[in-house]
Unconditional design. Sequence first.
Length: 215
Amino acid sequence: MSRARLRRYFRHGLFPQLIVFEAVARLGSVTRAAEELHLAQPTVSSQLKKLSMTLELTLVQPEGRGIRLTAAGEALRAECTALVETFARIDERLQCFRRKETELLRLAAEPEARSVAARLVADFCARHPGVQASVHIAERAQLVQRLAANEDDVYIFDLEIDGLPGARRWSVAHAKGRELARTAALFICEALQSGAYESAPARANGASQGGAILG
């Protein structure tokens, strides 16, 4: 289809007209469509008329107390159903961007695990736009103190294992005795699934068996 012929579909108000038509076609009644859409009946009739003028087609015809779709109306009805489903998927896809409350994720990591922590946080926030994350970098002794005081949600430690590549030398842990927030639990789960991993002990007292070496 040429762009010139497509111009009719970009006219102001066409989408509301299509929604009105879909309701009328589905319910078989202007009155029932008006009730469902919370519109006055004359408004629904006016929208149908404008749509017919825009498309230069007769879409509905009166039949008794209701309406009957023409062949063109039947064809448009099928496309309108697909259109509604498409916008429903779009709305669902965008829902995560509408979160009013920002979810917080507090991480702490050793200097040697700084790059790993930065990568994991960046990847996680890209998948979950509603999350606001912070990373505190400190030496192990301070991290152990912070873990004992429950100052952060997740801790990333460097593993001292000879012969292991730097990208795989880290463990993730969280404090015992405190229920993890949904965001923190999701972060740990996705971190452990981000690549092949081998079991490893947590390196800090008070840490849960969250230790893992990830690829």
